[in-house]
Design a protein around this ligand. Structure first.
Ligand code: PGA
Length: 255
């Protein structure tokens, strides 16, 4: 069975003291529950202090981006070996990075390969824009993005991979995809994994949904058989709403 994941993408929010505070508050609310994997993805400079603070708490940490080279003259970038000391996960190809920072399917693939090569589990984001959605191109866009992200990788290399389906029109808009639509597209992602890498990879890879998830829609989303968790933006910045989503998910999974 795939362990459900609630990953909080804090984006460019929280100073170090605020990040530490938020983690403490979440821990007070969720306690030691391990039924749901809780991944906190703060700004990178918060990873080190959070790692120290959360050593005895049931949190995994994730970065929000990485470069594909190990080191070198890449001002402002962080490499997978640097991040691996502090985090287990790295979000790759979030739509904000694709739209605002010029990331392409090709760089997403390079980053995914580099992360896996350094034992950092990628959370690869895919998603269509509103225009693409309205033109009925969702299936072809998602298929192309997943295929491109995984180019050149073998089934053995994909063991820690997580994919997040995040329709761009649902991110930060308050307009989540319906549970049915989210479930169908996560099912499509799983079928692409099956076609590319076989049943074992398709059955074990976690596929998340992201885009305006909140305590009041998370239960319906988590009931979809092909959805294994959520990548949560806004609602992960408040301890109470994030903790509530963790608890609801644990209930859906029989906790
Ligand atoms: P949102 O963001 O939950 O605020 O819509 C999700 C994301 O960008 O990962």
């Amino acid at each position: 069975m795939r362990k459900p994941m609630m990953a909080g993408n804090w984006k460019m929010n929280n100073t170090v003291p605020e990040a530490l505070d938020l983690a403490r508050q979440i821990y007070q609310l969720v306690g030691d529950t391990t039924l749901v994997e809780q991944v906190l993805c703060p700004p990178s400079l918060c990873l080190h202090p959070l790692k120290t603070l959360t050593a005895a708490m049931p949190f995994a940490l994730g970065a929000q981006n990485c470069h594909w080279q190990e080191s070198g003259a890449f001002t402002g970038e962080l490499s997978p070996p640097m991040l691996r000391e502090l985090a287990q996960y790295v979000i790759i190809g979030h739509s904000e990075r694709r739209q605002l920072f010029g990331e392409t399917d090709e760089t997403v693939n390079k980053k995914t390969r580099a992360a896996l090569a350094h034992d950092l589990a990628p959370i690869v984001c895919v998603g269509e824009s509103l225009d693409q959605n309205e033109r009925g191109e969702t299936v072809s866009i998602i298929t192309a993005q997943v295929r491109a992200a995984l180019t050149g990788l073998s089934a053995e290399q994909l063991q820690t991979l997580v994919i997040a389906y995040e329709p761009i029109w649902a991110i930060g808009t308050g307009r989540a995809a319906t549970a049915q639509t989210a479930g169908d597209i996560c099912g499509l992602v799983r079928s692409i994994l099956r076609e590319m890498h076989g049943g074992a990879v398709a059955d074990t890879t976690r596929v998340l949904y992201g885009g305006s998830t909140k305590p009041d829609n998370i239960s319906a989303i988590m009931e979809q058989p092909d959805i294994d968790g959520a990548l949560i933006g806004g609602a992960s910045l408040e301890a109470a709403s994030y903790a509530e989503m963790v608890k609801i998910t644990a209930q859906v999974y029989g906790g």
